[in-house]
Design a protein around this ligand. Structure first.
Ligand SMILES: Cc1cc2nc3c(=O)[nH]c(=O)nc-3n(C[C@H](O)[C@H](O)[C@H](O)COP(=O)(O)O)c2cc1C
Length: 350
C-alpha cells in the first residue's frame, strides 16, 4: 500500500515497498490467534454419499463461473522487485484459475511509465483475471478518468479500493485523510467501467460500516479482517517515533475475519461477501465459505511461497485446493456453495 504523498521521491517509495515485503513475512507482524477461525468447527460426515473425483471447487464470483473460489490478495506494484514477483503470481494465478489482485497502482497516477509493468505481464498472461487496486486516500483526490486508466493499463476485470485507516495513521509517510471517502466510492461505482470491490487490509469491518456500504454500488466487499498480516505492526516496525509506541498499543487493533464475515452475512447486503485476513489453509477457507463468503483471499502465504519460486507457489496453491476438496468430502459437500447451504459449521465447544 502507498502513502498519499504526490511525487514521492523514488528512493523513499522503493525503500517502503521493500520494507513491506520483508516485514510482512515476519511472524511478529501477524496477528496470530485473532482471526476467530480457531473457534469454528466444521462437522465431520462419516458417511458422505460422494465420490471424491466428483468434488468441484466451482464458484460464482462477480457474475462469472470460476473453477475455484480462491484469489491472490492485492500485494505489490510499481517498484524494482514488483514486476518479477507479479509475473510469478500472475502466471500461477492463470495456471490454477485463481483471480489475482495487484498491489496499489498509486504510482501510475503520477507516472504513466509505471504501467509498463502490466504491459509486460499481460504479454505472458493474457487470460489471467486481474483486479486493479487503489487506496481510498488516492481515490478521494482522483478523477474517475484517472482510475479508468489504471483499469485499462492492467486490463483489469474489477477494481479494488483499499481501506487502511490504521496504516495511514502509523505509516511515517502516511496521510490519514478519508474525508469524503464514502461519496468517492459511490462516484467510482457509478462511473467506472468495471465492478468496484471494497476491501480492508487486515482490520476488518464493523456491521455499521458494512451497512453504510450498502446501496453505494459496490459489487463485492472483501472483509480482510484481523488475524493475519497486521499493518499497524508493520508500520510500527518502520517508525521510530511516537508511532512506534502507538503501534505496540494497537498491535491487535481490528475486527476479526470471522466477526467481519458474520457481520456482513447477518445483515441485508447487496454485495458479494469475500473473506481474507489470516486465511492460512484450505480448512480456514472452508470455514469462511461455510459462513457464507463466496470468495477467499490469501496474501502472506502466497507471498512467502512466491519468493521461493513459481514451483513452490504452484505447490502451495494446489495444497490449499486439495485441503478444501478434502474438507468438502468429509462434510458431505460436493461444492463450496454447499458448505453454506448445508450449514456444516458450529462454534467449537469451550
Ligand atoms: C507485502 C504486502 C503488501 C500489501 N499491499 C497491499 C496493497 O497494495 N493494497 C491492498 O489492498 N492490500 C495490500 N496488502 C494487504 C493484503 O491484500 C491483505 O488484505 C492482508 O495482507 C491480509 O491478508 P493475509 O493475512 O493473508 O496477509 C498487502 C499485503 C502484503 C503482505
Amino acid at each position: 500500500m502507498a502513502s498519499t504523498m504526490d511525487h514521492e521521491p523514488n528512493v523513499q517509495f522503493e525503500g517502503r515497498k521493500a520494507d513491506h515485503i520483508r516485514l510482512s513475512l515476519s511472524d511478529k507482524n501477524q496477528a496470530v490467534g485473532e482471526s476467530g477461525l480457531e473457534q469454528i468447527q466444521l462437522i465431520h460426515e462419516a458417511l458422505p454419499d460422494l465420490d471424491f473425483k466428483d468434488i468441484r471447487l466451482d464458484a460464482r464470483v462477480l457474475g462469472r463461473n470460476l473453477s475455484t473460489p480462491f484469489f491472490i490478495s492485492s500485494m505489490t506494484a510499481g517498484h524494482s522487485e514488483s514486476q518479477s514477483l507479479n509475473l510469478t503470481l500472475a502466471r500461477a494465478s492463470e495456471a490454477r484459475g485463481w483471480c489475482m489482485g495487484v498491489g496499489s497502482q498509486r504510482k501510475e497516477l503520477g507516472d504513466a511509465e509505471a504501467a509498463r509493468e502490466w504491459r509486460e505481464i499481460r504479454k505472458v498472461v493474457p487470460k489471467a483475471i486481474l483486479y486493479g487496486n487503489i487506496g481510498l486516500a488516492q481515490l478521494i483526490r482522483s478523477k474517475t478518468s484517472d482510475i479508468e486508466k489504471l483499469v485499462d493499463s492492467l486490463k483489469a476485470s474489477a477494481m479494488f479500493v483499499h481501506l487502511n485507516a490504521l496504516q495511514e495513521c502509523l505509516q511515517p509517510e502516511g496521510t490519514p485523510n478519508f474525508k469524503g471517502g464514502l461519496k468517492a466510492i459511490e462516484r467510482l461505482c457509478k462511473q467506472l467501467s468495471v465492478p468496484v470491490i471494497v476491501k480492508e487490509t487486515g482490520c476488518g469491518f464493523s456491521k455499521a460500516t458494512l451497512k453504510r456500504l450498502r446501496g453505494t454500488g459496490v459489487k463485492a466487499l472483501d472483509v480482510s479482517g484481523l488475524g493475519g498480516t497486521h499493518w499497524g505492526r508493520i508500520e510500527g516496525a518502520r517508525a521510530g517515533d511516537e508511532r512506534h509506541a502507538a503501534a505496540a498499543t494497537l498491535a491487535n487493533w481490528g475486527i476479526s475475519t470471522v466477526d467481519s464475515v458474520l457481520g456482513a452475512i447477518g445483515i441485508k447486503h447487496d454485495y458479494e461477501v469475500w473473506a481474507s485476513g489470516g486465511v492460512r489453509s484450505g480448512l480456514d477457507a472452508a470455514k469462511l465459505l461455510a459462513m457464507g463468503a463466496n470468495a477467499i483471499g490469501f496474501a502472506k502465504p502466497i507471498l512467502a511461497a512466491a519468493l521461493k519460486g513459481e514451483d513452490e507457489l504452484l505447490r502451495q496453491m494446489a495444497t490449499f485446493e486439495f485441503e478444501l476438496k478434502t474438507v468438502l468430502f468429509c462434510t458431505g459437500c460436493k461444492t463450496p456453495a454447499e458448505l453454506h447451504s448445508k450449514k456444516v459449521w458450529k462454534w467449537r465447544a469451550k
